[in-house]
Design a protein around this ligand. Structure first.
Ligand SMILES: O=P(O)(O)OC[C@H]1O[C@H](OP(=O)(O)OP(=O)(O)O)[C@H](O)[C@@H]1O
Ligand SMILES: O=c1cc[nH]c(=O)[nH]1
Ligand SMILES: [Mg+2]
Length: 208
């Protein structure tokens, strides 16, 4: 699995702001959007382009345009929804495939409760978005599902990843790319990332 941890000062700064438990729900959402834009910028680096002829004020010229089937972005409900605006800011024509999954509080096993995917996944770049990669169970199950439906080129965008979750995900899905703003210290006994962000879904939706 190819792992990219963003080292840009804006990413480090905004992630630091996000870790503060005293920020408002509105501020938390805004920072998640800004970080998602930067993750998308990195993750979309390898989209293919082709040359096209256009007319300009000074005559005809060749420009580069992104080509191929439109990418699909896959927010993992709920918390992944918080990253969607950021991704669509840079890739506004992306198709949206939704997977709903929550983690059982005792076993940490993922439970799938919604699935609506776009067609022709095998021809698209697939961007999976979820702020937290903790035990890795949710993303392993999400990618299992996407591959069963034909997805081949998969990149995962997370804000914070645990070393334990990364190792597990890499074992199950060595062929994917992963982009993260931070690889944190460890998981605690409740399956939370330390220092992490706390419960990202609750902080985004204001349900804590
Ligand atoms: O790597 P894992 O151990 O599987 O944990 C990570 C998952 O847990 C959180 O979702 P949660 O279950 O809290 O659902 P929510 O998004 O509805 O809050 C988070 O958004 C991930 O989807
Ligand atoms: O630290 C964690 C782990 C799982 N889900 C979260 O929202 N935060
Ligand atoms: Mg949650």
């Amino acid at each position: 699995m190819q792992i990219s941890q963003l080292s840009h000062p804006l990413v480090r700064h905004k992630l630091g702001l996000l870790r503060n438990k005293n920020i408002s729900t509105q501020k938390f959402r805004q920072l998640v959007t800004e970080l998602s834009i930067m993750l998308t910028y990195e993750a979309s680096r390898h989209l293919p382009t082709e040359y096209q002829s256009i007319s300009t004020w000074c005559g005809d010229t060749e420009i580069e345009a992104i080509c191929g089937k439109k990418p699909t972005v896959v927010p993992v409900l709920r918390a992944g929804m918080g990253m969607l605006d950021g991704v669509l800011t840079l890739v506004p024509n992306a198709r949206i495939s939704v997977i709903g999954m929550y983690r059982n509080h005792k076993t940490f096993e993922p439970v799938i409760y919604f699935e609506k995917l776009v067609k022709a996944l095998e021809q698209r770049m697939v961007y999976v978005i979820d702020p937290m990669l903790a035990t890795g169970g949710t993303l392993i199950a999400t990618i299992d599902t996407l591959k069963q439906h034909g997805a081949k080129q998969i990149a995962v965008l997370v804000l914070v990843a645990s070393p334990e979750g990364l190792e597990r995900l890499a074992k199950h899905h060595p062929d994917i790319q992963l982009f993260t703003a931070s690889i944190d210290e460890h998981l605690d006994q409740n399956g939370y990332i330390v220092p992490g962000l706390g419960d990202a879904g609750d902080r985004l939706f204001g349900t804590q």
